[in-house]
Design a protein around this ligand. Sequence first.
Ligand code: MN
Length: 236
Amino acid sequence: MTYLFNPPAIVSLPIRGSAARFPVGRVFCLGRNYPWPQAYGPAPQEPVFFMKPASNVVHAQGELPYPPHSDEFCHEIELVAAIATGGANIAAEQALTHVFGFAVGLDLTCRDHQRKAKAEGLPWESAKVFEASAPMTAIVPASDCPWPLQGSLWLQVNGQERQRAELSQQTWALAEVISRLSRQLPLRPGDLIMTGSPPGVAPLKPGDAIHAGIDGIGELHVHIGPRPAAQAANAA
Ligand code: MN
């Protein structure tokens, strides 16, 4: 069997303490999963999932590109769960046995596009899908994480804290999230689940330095690159 062209390279993340890497399959993201101020509207009654392509996942280090199409590029610190054992219709009581480990991730979001999509009832891809939209730390095996997971997730920009919450404040616990998602479609090894961000998301500017972490899992340091120059208009 031959392909028309060489298949894209598998995206992967390092695993702390291992020479092996974690091959990334699909990236499921959970909408609001922490208490947010009432001004943001009523919380959804059921978990809301959206996706990012695996090609948007990068190891969080160095410079992240400012997306070319947004004027309101925002950070969202999130706990990421890495699935190594697939399955359908997973019972919540068994769900955590499907998790290989955890990472600290950023669900980078173009809030201007998300606001427009919400207002007009349109899909979210223009807000959520762009190069390097899902930077993550190395994956830490669950056996090396404090269990049960507890403690804070937090994010600073240029040394100022913008987001901080307790993992225990999540509306839907990870086991419930895995169980519900696996009733929609079978989970596969390589799936990542980004489990939602607490309040405090705010815009990023070129040159901003982000320092973020989750107790017991890890920390990341990245900075934001320059805004791409406006595309030169085609000659009239
Ligand atoms: Mn998010």
